[in-house]
Design a protein around this ligand. Structure first.
Ligand SMILES: Nc1nc2c(c(=O)[nH]1)N[C@H]1C(S)=C(S)[C@@H](COP(=O)(O)O)O[C@H]1N2
Ligand SMILES: [Mo]
Length: 427
């Protein structure tokens, strides 16, 4: 596991990403624009021979805790301002991820908000009366709770989930947090339809984009203030299945997951699901923010110079509920468990290989596969040869898409979909 790399994350994410984009465009990708000498220095500093320079110069984890809930090491891997869920910690937990074990991705840190004081401010040229930002249509917490509520089971998954495997499986250097597969969680959300709130606010038929914005701190990086976290959604998506959620698995939203209210955009990349939402701009004009321009698009030699279109739906992945390097005994029957999911629809089948990818067997599914969430599965295995082995799981979704053996990388390592080789040892 390339863990040594990720834990030296700094706040210079955006400046560093932008520098990398420039390097990709200028064909310096593999060398990373870093001289061999400087790179060796970096590696020595990180004390990790063979590591790739995913992050800028080493710095210890942030002094101030950025996440409020406890992060026991048996459930989480700390990653800078974020915390990754260990898949082995999901064994036996049921279909949804318990709130206590749900991964956290914070650009800065969890703010402490009071639901009684909280207001949702809806404004912009796409509303009747074209409400200016300082004259918004306002909703209080109780106003939202009085509207018809809906429940929906959906994953929130970071666009960068699986990113570290671009380096460890394909030898590609990409920027950003070196997640393995645990930057995902599934919850049963309860809240109001964003569409209901927008209609009450007076959305017009000329509205085009809808941009929720968080109440957490402005994101300052490399000397540039990118402002508060915000990313536009097309109106059609906003009116379709998007929630303003105030409950997560039957409890009020925990502080780290957006209390009092967050956006949940089913099947789309995690950045769409703005936590601690404070205001929503509804615009007749297309909206832009750093999170749909220089970030969350694919850049690199395989993409146009201005990058791909803004990323929307998640891709498909599979993970074993197993620690990296887990140990099995020769001749002893065991059951392997895991989960597979796709942003394009329900999972259709899951195949597992216990011999490094030679032979594949169909896994038994333990959920009725549904869109927007994962499907649990299992497969019996009796290891017969001692030594290191690789377990592989490969999902196919109802749209006919199957996880590939390799995929074209992009500079920021988004939307990893390749079959992961899960290392284990047979004794
Ligand atoms: N306000 C705000 N919303 C945010 C973020 C953030 O830092 N601030 N991070 C986003 C990203 S990149 C992801 S992947 C998800 C993570 O949600 P979680 O922390 O509840 O798991 O929240 C999104 N919403
Ligand atoms: Mo994310």
């Amino acid at each position: 596991m390339p863990a040594a790399v990720s834990d030296v994350r700094t706040n210079d994410e955006v400046a560093y990403d932008q520098e990398r984009l420039r390097q990709w465009r200028e064909g310096e990708a593999r060398a990373g624009g870093v001289s061999r000498r400087a790179m060796l220095g970096l590696l020595a500093a990180a004390g990790a021979a063979g590591a790739v320079p995913l992050a800028a110069p080493a710095r210890a984890a942030a002094a101030e805790p950025t996440i409020r809930k406890p992060l026991p090491p048996e459930w989480f891997v700390p990653r800078g301002t974020n915390a990754e869920t260990r898949f082995e910690a999901l064994r036996g937990t049921g279909h949804t991820t318990p709130n206590e074990r749900f991964f956290v991705r914070n650009h800065t840190s969890t703010p402490v908000l009071d639901a009684a004081e909280w207001r949702l401010k809806v404004w912009g040229s796409g509303l009747r009366g074209r409400h200016a930002e300082d004259r918004p249509v306002e909703f209080g917490y109780d106003d939202l709770r009085r509207l018809p509520s809906v429940r929906r089971t959906a994953f929130v998954e970071c666009a960068g989930n699986g990113r570290s495997f671009y380096a460890s499986q394909q030898g590609e250097t990409v920027t950003g947090t070196a997640w393995t597969l645990g930057a995902i969680g599934v919850a049963r959300w309860r809240g109001v339809r964003l569409g209901d709130v927008l209609r009450r606010a007076g959305v017009t038929r000329y509205a085009e984009d809808v941009q929720p914005r968080g109440l957490d701190a402005e994101f300052v990086s490399g000397g540039a203030n990118l402002g508060r976290i915000r990313r536009p959604l097309p109106l059609a998506k906003a009116l379709d299945d998007v929630l303003l959620a105030y409950e997560m698995n039957g409890e009020p939203l925990p502080a780290d997951h957006g209390y009092p209210v967050r956006v949940v955009v089913p099947s789309w990349i995690g950045i769409s699901s703005i936590k601690w939402v404070g205001d929503i701009e509804v615009s007749e004009e297309p909206l832009y923010s750093p999170w749909n321009t220089t970030l969350y698009r694919r850049f690199g030699p395989a993409y146009p110079p201005e990058g791909s279109a803004p990323l929307t739906r998640q891709t498909l992945k599979s993970a074993f509920e197993l620690a990296s390097g887990a140990v099995f005994t020769t001749g002893e029957r065991t059951t392997l468990h895991g989960r597979s999911w796709s942003g394009a629809g329900a999972v259709a089948k899951v195949e597992v290989s216990t011999d490094g990818g030679e032979r594949w067997r169909r896994a038994r599914l333990h959920d009725v596969p549904r869109a927007d969430t994962w499907t649990r599965w299992s497969l019996d295995w009796r290891p017969d040869t001692p030594g290191p082995a690789a377990l592989l799981a490969r999902a196919t979704d109802v749209r006919g898409r199957t996880q590939p053996a390799t995929s074209v990388p992009n500079a920021q390592g988004y939307l990893f979909d390749v079959v992961v080789r899960h290392p284990v040892t047979v004794v």
